[in-house]
Ligand binder design. Structure first.
Ligand code: CO
Length: 176
């Protein structure tokens, strides 16, 4: 089921999400709904707080190219479901253009660590480790920030942030 996305500057985006303790049907429905919502909105990642649920849950699904039709696809089995993530290691430096389903239409360069190692639980509560130094590393940092009440535009310089707020106001007025 597709859920409504919380749009900036909604205050819920500043909330720190709570640890998941029950790996039950309710959690599984949330994860399934988050996938449906992310795919219909053409996103690559989504945190639970972006659908108004204050739990340490995030999903990532990096699209794969469909060579024949030149379209990208996000099969459900490729979805990384990450619950209660813990950042074990971050190092290196990278800069990459990011966007966010809570700030649709805005894309900005953001500085991040280039390599991350994370411990997390899956939908059944089983623990896993994941390590990456490519796009997934960036996506993980972006989504984990959401669990801590942070959004990517907070990482912009003062001047770029002011420019964004101005652009966003205009953008919102046009789409409302
Ligand atoms: Co986001």
């Amino acid at each position: 089921m597709i859920r409504d996305i919380v749009i900036y500057p909604d205050k819920r985006l500043k909330e720190v999400s709570k640890e998941v303790t029950q790996f039950n049907d309710k959690l599984h429905t949330l994860l399934d709904d988050m996938y449906d919502t992310m795919v219909v909105k053409n996103g690559v990642g989504l945190a639970a707080i972006q659908v108004g649920v204050r739990l340490r849950v995030l999903i990532i699904n990096i699209p794969i190219e469909n060579g024949r039709r030149g379209e990208s696809e996000q099969p459900k089995e490729n979805t990384l479901e990450i619950i209660n993530p813990i950042l074990l290691e971050t190092d290196g430096y990278t800069k990459h253009q990011e966007g966010c389903l809570s700030i649709p239409g805005i894309f900005e360069d953001v500085e991040r660590a280039s390599h991350v190692k994370i411990e997390y639980q899956d939908r059944y509560g089983e623990k896993h480790l994941i390590e990456d130094d490519e796009f997934l590393a960036i996506a993980l940092q972006h989504e984990i920030d959401h669990l801590n009440g942070k959004i990517f535009i907070e990482k912009l310089s003062f001047i770029k942030r002011k420019k964004f707020e101005k652009e966003w106001k205009k953008h919102r007025n046009n789409t409302l």
